[in-house]
Structures are given as C-alpha cells and as structure tokens.
Ligand binder design. Structure first.
Ligand code: ADP
Ligand code: MG
Length: 708
C-alpha cells in the first residue's frame, strides 16, 4: 500500500480539516471531499501571468495581463447599474466595466490604486475596454509569477485563489506514491504519478514556451487549454503528464469493472449444457440458416451456459442482424435442462412481437410461452403469474411487468434482456434476482466502437454479430426538403398501390409529450385526407396497450398499409413487407435513433427506401447528422461518427450509473485503452494491493454502484 510510508494522511483523508463550512459545502458541490479528490481536480487551462503587455499592444480578444493605474471610478446606469473605471499605463487609457460588483471591488478600484488586470481587451463605445478582468493590487516590489497559473473548474463563491491554496495543501500532505508497479510503469513508458500531478497543478517555470508552441506560437494569446496540451507531442512535459492521468483513470475504470465481473463470476449458477434435443429441432424447423456470425455468437453463449458460473454476456449486433433467434436458442437450452427462461423487452410493442415469434417457433415443440405485461387484465395476469410460479411456463416474455413484485419463477435459469441500454442497472438487477443465480444475456442493437465496448463493457463478455442475414438489400436513403412533401406523399401512395407497406414517423418534440401527441394526431389526420384510398393506422405512446397492439397486428397482417407512428416503433419492430419509411423533421432525431428507425425497412425482398424530410432552417448539428446518416449504412461507422460528435459520456448515457464516467481520458486513444485493460488484468492477478490502492485513489467510495 502506498500509504504505508506516511502514517497519517491517507487517500481518503477528509479535505475539510480546518476548512470553513461554507467553503467545504462549495467543494462538495464539485465532488471534492477528500485530499485525494482535490489532488485529482486538475486545471482546465493555464494563464500566463509571467509577463505584461501594454494597453496599446494588447491584441484584441486575446487574454493579456496589464499593469495600470486607476484614474477614476464611478457607478453608472447605462442602462444597468455598473462600475466604470478609467485606468491607464504608459501607452494609453482603458475602460474597465464590472456589471456585477461587490463593495470590496469598488474599493479595489479606488483612484490612484495600482492594479494588475488579466482579461481580454476589446473595442467598446468609448475606446478599448475590459469587462470583468481579474484584478489584483500591485505593491511596489511585486514581482511577476515565475510559472503558469492553473485555472480550475469551480463553482460560485469559490475563487481560484482559494482552490489553488487548498489544492496546494492537499498536494503537500497527500501520499502521492505510485500505484503502478515500477516495472509496469516503465514498460508502458508512463510518468510517475507524483511528478505528473505536481507538474499539472504547479507547472515549473519555463513551461510557458512549451505551452506556447503547442498552441501555435508566442503571440497567440496567453491562456493554454489543457486539452490541447494533453495532446501535444510525445516528449513534452504536459502531454506526458496528461498521458499518465488518462491512463490512471482508464485503469481505475478497468480495475473496478473487472473486479465486479470477477465477483459475479465467482458465484455459482446451474450448469445448463446443450443436449441439442430442443435447439436442434428449432434449427431444423427454421426457414433460414444461421449466418456465420450468428453461429459464432450462439456457440459462445451455448458454452457459457454449460458452466457452473453465471454467464454475463452482451450480444451486440446491428439492427436486423438477427439477435432474436440466438436468444431463442439460448432460452431453449435452459429449457432442455429443465430450467425456465425469461425475455424482457423495453416496449410493449417489441415484447409482444417477441412473444408471438417465440410462440411460432416454440409451440410446435410443445412448450408453453407465457406473456406478461402491465396491460393484461387482472385475471389473465394472475393466470400467467401462476403458470410461471408453478413452472408450467417454460419461457416468459414481457415488459417491466416481469420484474414486478409478485412475479416468482419456479426455476429461472436464464434471463435475457433485449435492448439492454433502455433499462437501468436496477432493472437488469431486478430481473436477475428473480432467480437464485441465473445466467444473463443482454442484447443491444446500439453498435458501439471497439474501444468504447472495451472500456464501458469491461464487466461483460461480448459476442458480436457482425454480419447481416443474406439477401438484404441496402436501403436507399434520400434527403428531401419539407417543401417537397407532396412528392413524398405521392411516393407513399405508389408504394401502397404496389402492395407494399410504409411507415411515416412523426416529428419528435422532446420538450413536450403533449405537443408531440398533438403533432402525431395532426399528421395522421392530414395523411388520412391526402391518402384517402389507403388504410392508415396510428400508433403512439399514449395509447392504451390493447389499442396499440390492435394497430400493430393490423399492420403486421397487412390490413393497415401505412403506419403513422411516433418513436414507439424505434426498436425491434419487424415487418418485412414494409419497404418505405418517411421520417418527418429528421433533423430533430439523434443518429442512433435514425439508424434504428431506418432499420425497420429493408427486411424483405423488395427495394426499400428511407426518406428523411427536413425543415429548411437546418442547424449545423442537424445538417451534420443528416449527412452522416445519408452517407453511411453501417451501424458501427454511424456509432463512431456519433461518438465523435457527442463524446462518450452522452453516448452511453443510457447505461448511466453503473459506470464511472471518464473526466480526463477520452476513448480516441485505442492503444491507451488496451494498455489500461491489460494492466488491470495484470495488477488484479499479481498486485491486488496496488490495484486496491489505485481504486481508492481514483474512485474513493464511488465503486459501490458497480457491484450490481
Ligand atoms: P435484431 O438483431 O435487430 O433483433 P431480428 O432478430 O429481429 O434482428 O431479425 C431480423 C429479421 O431477420 C427477422 O425477421 C429474422 O427472422 C430474420 N433472420 C434472422 N436470422 C436470419 C438468417 N440467418 N437468415 C435470414 N433471415 C434471418
Ligand atoms: Mg431485436
């Protein structure tokens, strides 16, 4: 343990010793409770206060430091109350404006005072001005700082000066011993931890030049963004220090996820080896052959199930890659061994569709498939719950209703969660807890880049279906301006006249569900008028389940030709005769959403098309998303682009809690992610104490969430 060298201060030492209550509360807002957390609160940027500029030479819009004398100060109303000060140096006069100010600031700007001002000069109505500069008094002999000044993320009422002081104190009393074994550290060519954090908090004199170079030369202003410094050339001090920090953060994530994995793995589970008795019969009865990728995934899952430890596997595959049949085979293998299987899906429409499909596949084998959803009548529900509890139902399909209290399984051996990213950690846990220690299979159609999978799913084994069933034709994607809506309506008419079916997706209105509903109803009415000869159905989130499933059934059977829908059809819906999809106000949808929606068509033999209607005034982001979806059909490529646009935090947002978000590391650096992963394995195996110390330093008490 690194803390053995210095007895008193441990990584978890509270930072609040001797800190005023109000300051401690503000620190808490930033998540800073301990010395270790203060040490890892790293600067956003640096300001160069090592030199002065004159008023006349200050480049406009660039942060500079001036040394000035105050000439005059007044409170003016133009129209808001503000403090106006005229200051001067040898080269000119400047107006300083403070829009909100304290009496203490008014005092600071007393005429005759000599001040150092840090801020940007710009051209105002009355000549050059600075708004809200940072000001400090200069005494006669005050020398300039020798090194760059760090600027930290902060919150109201907590000044940079205070933060800097507290972090400095934390640095001096915290044990900064390395948590990496020395040999490993050198092998990966990482800077020592203590050296890295000291350099980032208190850069030694002389690094201004390195900072300047990274940001394109001396004259380009006087603040240095850490994100740029972090990516600087290999040998540079800043980039070396940041590399260590990023590695450490990734390592902590990997260690905690791998530990959670190992802890779950250590539990016992019923071994469910495959006999092929039932799975073989299903495979023989299928109208298609599994793709190579499906075979591989099914092989991995089948093996896992045969082990006396709970499987924790994620089945990843693009929309339409055929995950359902793989799940069905897994469920059957549990049944072969005399255990029950459960399949949970996030929406009623999807769950019901799964249920119908499983009945179609499994009823010929003499199996009972139960159906459980919130909308069942009391009596039906009670009967289903009884069938599950008594073990008559071999397989149960349902929505969240599966994890409600009162649902008890006789012998749950395998829990499958479809579209797992739609569920929270707690819900997935709740399903698992319906059995003693069932195997678990999660499925997701959100294809994520490899580094992201490696990072965020390090607590799972991953099977990948990276191949589409044969015969799929690419979906033709068209971008059409809203003004040409008429042509699109004509196209829908023609498709339906040809015996095909179509979706019309209503505009997404995120801010208001009521408005969204209103828009959906209007769209439906308008299309009903425009396409009077076509049978049109409407499905939206506010409908009663019975109504919803009646509409869906009518669409599946072909009775309804055009389905007007909100995003309730986003996941899972599988109607192969549908060959046209129109998405209205496509610019409002996210990339993953558009990809999922488009995946609803192109499932049959007919040529399919997806028409993205967009409004004339496109935002930059909207334009960029549409361009990506237009140019790419591969879900992984779209995910990569999405990751680039949004960053990983938001990208895996739905997984929420569960995983500590990365503050400093990004996942661009695949090599670093891979190195962290390997190092985590190595440390857990050979240096468990250092691994624990590393976690304590980086996660403190926050690891609990991962235990699920
Ligand atoms: P997803 O991975 O999006 O859940 P599904 O499991 O719904 O995809 O499969 C999409 C469609 O492809 C379904 O109609 C399914 O029956 C069909 N399918 C699955 N596997 C194959 C295959 N190997 N060959 C042909 N069709 C397949
Ligand atoms: Mg699916």
């Amino acid at each position: 343990m690194p803390s053995s060298s210095s007895p008193e201060p441990s990584p978890a030492a509270p930072a609040s010793r001797g800190i005023a209550k109000n300051i401690a509360a503000r620190l808490a807002k930033l998540g800073l409770h301990t010395d270790a957390e203060l040490v890892l609160h790293l600067p956003l940027r640096y300001e160069d206060e090592t030199r002065l500029t004159s008023i006349a030479d200050a480049p406009p819009g660039m942060p500079v430091q001036l040394e000035v004398n105050v000439l005059a100060t007044e409170i003016a109303f133009r129209p808001r109350r503000q403090l106006l000060c005229r200051v001067q140096d040898e080269t000119g006069v400047l107006l300083v404006r403070l829009l909100n100010f304290y009496p203490s600031q008014q005092k600071q700007y007393a005429p005759g005072a000599r001040l150092r001002l840090f801020g940007e000069v710009r051209e105002g109505h009355f000549g050059p001005e600075m708004v809200h500069p940072r000001a400090s008094a200069v005494s006669a002999d005050a020398s300039l700082p020798q090194a760059l000044t760090p600027v930290y993320p902060t919150t109201a009422g907590l000044t940079q000066v205070t933060l800097r002081k507290l972090i400095g104190e934390a640095l001096s009393r915290t044990d900064l011993a390395d948590t990496l074994p020395e040999e490993l550290r050198q092998r990966i060519e990482l800077a020592p931890f203590a050296q890295a954090v000291r350099l980032l908090h208190q850069p030694p004199a002389g690094l201004e030049d390195e900072a300047c170079e990274e940001q394109g030369g001396r004259d380009s202003g006087r603040t240095f963004d850490t994100s740029v410094l972090a990516k600087g050339e290999g040998g540079k001090a800043f980039s070396q220090a940041w590399r260590r920090i990023r590695f450490d953060e990734l390592l902590a994530q990997q260690i905690s996820l791998r530990r959670a994995y190992a802890a779950r793995r250590a539990r016992g589970a019923p071994a469910l080896p495959g006999s092929g008795l039932l799975t073989g019969r299903l495979r023989d009865a299928l109208p298609f052959r599994l793709t190579g990728a499906q075979e591989r995934a099914w092989g991995e899952i089948g093996m896992d199930l045969g082990e006396p430890h709970p499987m924790q596997r994620l089945l990843l595959g693009d929309v339409g890659s055929g995950k359902t049949i793989v799940a069905a085979l897994a469920l059957l293998q549990a049944v072969e061994n005399g255990w029950q299987g459960a399949l949970m899906a996030p929406t009623e429409i999807l769950a019901e569709q799964h249920w119908r499909k499983l009945m179609l596949w499994l009823a010929p084998l003499g199996l009972e498939v139960a159906w459980l959803s919130g909308s069942l009548k009391k009596k039906e529900k009670a009967a289903m719950i009884a069938a599950v509890g008594e073990g008559r139902a071999a397989i149960v399909v349902g929505t969240h209703a599966l994890i409600e209290e009162g649902v008890e399984f006789a012998r749950l051996g395998l829990a499958v969660v479809d579209e797992q990213h739609r569920f929270g950690v707690r819900q997935r846990l709740a399903l698992r807890q319906k059995g003693a220690s069932p195997h678990q299979l999660m499925m997701s159609a959100t294809p994520i880049p490899r580094t992201l999978a490696m990072s965020y799913y390090a607590d799972l084994d991953v099977s990948l279906i990276d191949e589409m069933p044969p015969g799929r034709k690419p979906v033709l994607t068209k971008l059409v301006a809203e003004a040409r809506r008429g042509e699109v309506v004509a196209r829908v008419r023609a498709a339906c006249a040809d015996g095909h079916q179509a979706y019309w997706v209503c505009p997404l209105i995120e801010e208001s569900e009521t408005l969204q509903l209103k828009t959906a109803l209007e769209t439906f009415e308008r299309l009903t008028e425009e396409l009077s000869e076509i049978s049109i159905g409407l499905v939206h989130g506010r409908m009663k389940s019975a109504e919803k499933s009646a509409v869906m059934e009518a669409f599946v059977s072909g009775q309804v030709q055009l389905l007007v829908a909100t995003t309730v059809i986003e996941v899972g819906v599988d109607v192969s005769n549908a060959s046209l999809m129109v998405i209205e106000h496509a610019e409002r949808f996210g990339l993953a959403q558009l990809h999922q929606l488009r995946g609803r068509v192109g499932r049959g033999a007919a040529e399919s098309a997806c028409i993205l209607l967009y409004a004339r005034a496109l935002s930059q982001a909207g334009r960029e998303r549409l361009k990506i979806i237009f140019e790419h059909s591969d879900g992984f490529e779209i995910a990569r682009q999405d990751l680039r646009l949004r960053g990983p935090g938001e990208f895996v947002g739905a997984r929420q809690s569960g995983v500590p978000l990365l503050r400093y590391a990004d996942l661009d650096d695949a090599a670093l992610v891979a190195a962290a992963r390997a190092a985590a394995e190595e440390m857990l195996r050979d240096h468990p104490q250092l691994a624990a110390a590393h976690l304590a330093r980086w996660l403190g008490g926050r690891e609990e969430l991962l235990k699920a």
